[in-house]
Design a protein around this ligand. Sequence first.
Ligand code: ADP
Length: 197
Amino acid sequence: MTQNKNKVVIFLGPPGAGKGTQAERLAAEQDLVKISTGDILRDHVARGTELGQTVQPILTAGQLVPDDILIALIRDKLAGMEQVRVIFDGFPRTQAQAQALDLLLEELGAPVTAVPLLEVPDEALVGRIVERGRQAAARGEAVRSDDTEEVARKRQQVYREQTQPLIEHYEGRGHLYRVDGVGTMDEVYSRILNGMR
Ligand code: ADP
């Protein structure tokens, strides 16, 4: 049964492309565990853990948390999983993280299954992020400290410099496919599913 098979999906795409939303739905429908490194880090910040205190200023500046911290987090998450059925949202973000993940997955005998790349034009991305912040505020929810226009721009720049090169990493292995990220949530979701088979 497919439910009992390893499956490793990595969502790639710039901040604001909608990775989190799409990954959430795919995880629910395909019985996968969503591993969102941004959520994990923000949870540490909210709880005021030692890690949270270390990473808080980095998140607020829109920069990347050091690779060794992220790699240790992911190693912990995957440790002891009998079946590796996961979606990565926000990891890997650097070449070093991608290489570490390749090794970890090899050890677990669970190779990458699919890497959807969500594509959204640059002009739309910052607007989406700022709008998300506004809506959260309107609902009385906490607004991410990095969802301001200035930090959102910084995050795009960091993405272009450090994460975009991973497209080649996964393209070379034949796992990557491009998904038009402009449209309704349902439209984008169908494109993701279509690309997977
Ligand atoms: P977005 O994709 O919208 O920027 P995330 O929630 O994925 O949002 O990430 C928020 C922040 O968390 C990043 O700007 C970065 O500071 C930190 N972070 C998340 N994942 C990683 C990672 N894999 N490596 C380094 N830093 C990370």
